[in-house]
Every structure is written in C-alpha cells, then in structure tokens.
Design a binder for this molecule. Structure first.
Ligand SMILES: Nc1nc(=O)c2c([nH]1)NC[C@@H]1CN(c3ccc(C(=O)N[C@@H](CCC(=O)O)C(=O)O)cc3)CN21
Ligand SMILES: CC(C)C(=O)C(=O)O
Ligand SMILES: [Mg+2]
Length: 282
C-alpha cells in the first residue's frame, strides 16, 4: 500500500493543492516519486509524447498495461493513476470493468476515464468493487475527431452545463476527483465550488484544487506543447548538447579516456598469450 490514497487526495480539497504529473517509464517515475508528487499518472498522452501519434486515439490497453507496470515498480509514496484508453470502456460496462482490472493488476491504485455523465454506471460499479476512479471533463481528447482538434471548452451555456453535469455525475457515482482540461478558469472555479470532490486542472486556471502537466511538456522534451504549458526546464536542449559532445569525442578520439577501459599492465605477458592463441588458430 502506498502512502497517498484516494482518501488523502480527497482530504486535500481546500487545504493543500494537489500536485500531479504524468510518467510513462521506471526511471521517470522514480524521479517523480522522489520529488514528492502526490499523483503519478500514466496518461494516454503517451501515444503522442512517447509513440509519436497525432492524437491519443490509437493507444491500446496492452500499451497502458506495460507502461503502468513500469511506473508502478518505481513508486513507493505517490498515488499511481492509469488512464483508460479510447475504446477500452465505451462498448459496455463489462468491458470497462475487465480493462480497469487489468490496469489495477499492473500496479495502478486508481483509473481515470474521460467523461462523467455518460459513464455513471461504470464509475458506480468500479467504485463498488473497490477500484477508485477519477473522471475527466472539459476538453476530453478522446473526442478529438468530433471536436475537430483540441480547443478551449466552456464558452457556451451548453458546454458549461455539460462540464458541470459531468462533474456532478462523477461526484454522485463515487469518483474521488475530477480532471478539468482546457476550460475557461471561471468555469473551473464554478465546478470547484459546486462539487465536494477535488478538481485537478490542466489549462483550467488557478481556481482548482490541483494541477497536472505532461512530463515531456514541462521538461522541454516535446515540440508541440499546448499553449497552457509552463516549461520548467530545457532537458531536450541538455540531451542534445550531451549527444553532440559525445559524438564529437567519438570522432576526435578523446572518448574513451584512460578511466573508461582496461588493458594488460604487463605487455610481455599479453604478447606470450596472444602468440600461443595465434599459433593454435593457424
Ligand atoms: N504533450 C501533450 N500535452 C498535453 O497537455 C496533452 C497531450 N499531449 N495530449 C492529450 C491532450 C491534448 N491537449 C492539448 C493539445 C493541444 C492543444 C492546443 O495546441 N490547442 C491550440 C489549438 C490547436 C488546434 O486548433 O489544432 C490552442 O491554441 O488552443 C490543447 C490541448 C492536452 N493534452
Ligand atoms: C492531459 C492529461 C490530463 C491526460 O489525460 C493525459 O496525459 O493523458
Ligand atoms: Mg488522457
């Protein structure tokens, strides 16, 4: 059992902001856990930032299971959350349950689904059988094709109503938090005030109970970052410099240096041995 549980997260509402970051592999998750993140999240954004897809739609359950296992091995303290990918819970509730179980068995402490109102039944069933759930409304990237791209949500009355309805449905069905993605800050504030569960924003402004960002975006290792991202480091630039340095030292012969290899101290000893081997092989 890890230190941070769904109860810990729920009790943070109105007291302490929730910090959440994506991670997709073992070494990244180790760093995120040591940095004290509250939630470490295997997002289906991995399709874009790890596999180079143009959207999250092609991500499979098999991919989510493998990456969840790698992250779960590293995390001791944070809550490990895994995204349900597109197609893994839409067909029917039973299939959603089977797929959620796979993510839990891979080491996740909770699962996240996009939408709320449309998945009340699934959320209720999962929670009843002991699988904690986070919902996700506002911009839901799995609707990429219908939306015609990724855009800011919550300008029209219809969109505000849909977002609030999702959040309330999630609260009622027993979800322990809700992600609000790329919504106007006023809408996120309204939702945060109207529901008792924590809201975790991404591109949704400051009036929420926590923030989530994608690993590659905030570290500067992904080129097409959304407009709401703050780049906390230029790791991409650092990697490039290191590789250019390595390449240069290979080309000019300064790598490997003395401390990077081993040789016979007694050259006569080596000559005798080599002569014998060469004789045997001739
Ligand atoms: N690397 C990454 N970071 C994310 O935060 C993220 C993903 N991937 N993939 C899944 C969703 C998609 N997200 C996104 C992606 C792009 C924009 C964006 O660039 N919006 C532009 C318009 C783009 C367009 O019209 O095509 C904008 O200015 O609003 C917003 C949210 C957030 N999520
Ligand atoms: C953008 C976040 C919330 C997400 O769902 C993901 O990274 O997949
Ligand atoms: Mg996602």
């Amino acid at each position: 059992m890890r230190e941070i549980t769904p109860r810990t997260i729920m009790e943070m509402k109105g007291k302490e902001k929730i910090s959440m970051i994506t991670a997709y592999d073992y070494p990244s998750a180790l760093i995120a856990d040591r940095a004290g993140m509250d939630i470490i999240f295997i997002g289906d954004s991995l399709g874009m930032v790890v596999y180079g897809e143009p959207s999250t739609l092609a991500v499979s359950m098999d991919q989510m299971v493998l990456h969840t296992r790698a992250v779960a091995k590293a995390v001791k303290r944070a809550l490990v959350l895994a995204d349900m990918p597109f197609g893994s819970y839409e067909v029917d509730v039973e299939e959603g349950i089977r797929n959620a179980i796979r993510l839990i068995q891979a080491g996740a402490d909770a699962v996240k689904i996009e939408g709320g109102y449309d998945h009340k039944k699934l959320v209720k069933r999962l929670v009843r059988m002991g699988i904690p759930v986070i919902g996700h409304t506002g911009l839901t990237p799995q609707r990429y094709l219908r939306l015609g791209g990724y855009r800011l949500m919550g300008e029209t009355e219809e969109e505000i109503e849909e977002i609030l309805r999702d959040a309330k449905a999630l609260e009622k069905a027993g979800a322990f938090a809700v992600v609000l993605e790329f919504t106007l800050a006023d809408v996120a504030k309204l939702v945060t005030e109207e529901v008792s569960i924590p809201t975790i924003g991404i591109g949704a402004g400051p009036y929420v109970d926590g923030q989530v960002l994608v690993w590659h975006d905030l570290l500067g290792i992904y080129e097409n970052v959304p407009p709401f991202v703050k780049k906390y480091a230029d790791i991409g630039g650092m990697i490039r410099l290191a590789l250019e340095n390595y390449r240069e030292e290979v080309k000019n012969g300064s790598f490997p240096a003395k401390e990077h290899y081993w040789e016979f101290l007694d050259k006569e000893e080596f000559k005798r041995k080599a002569r014998k081997v060469l004789e045997r092989l001739s």
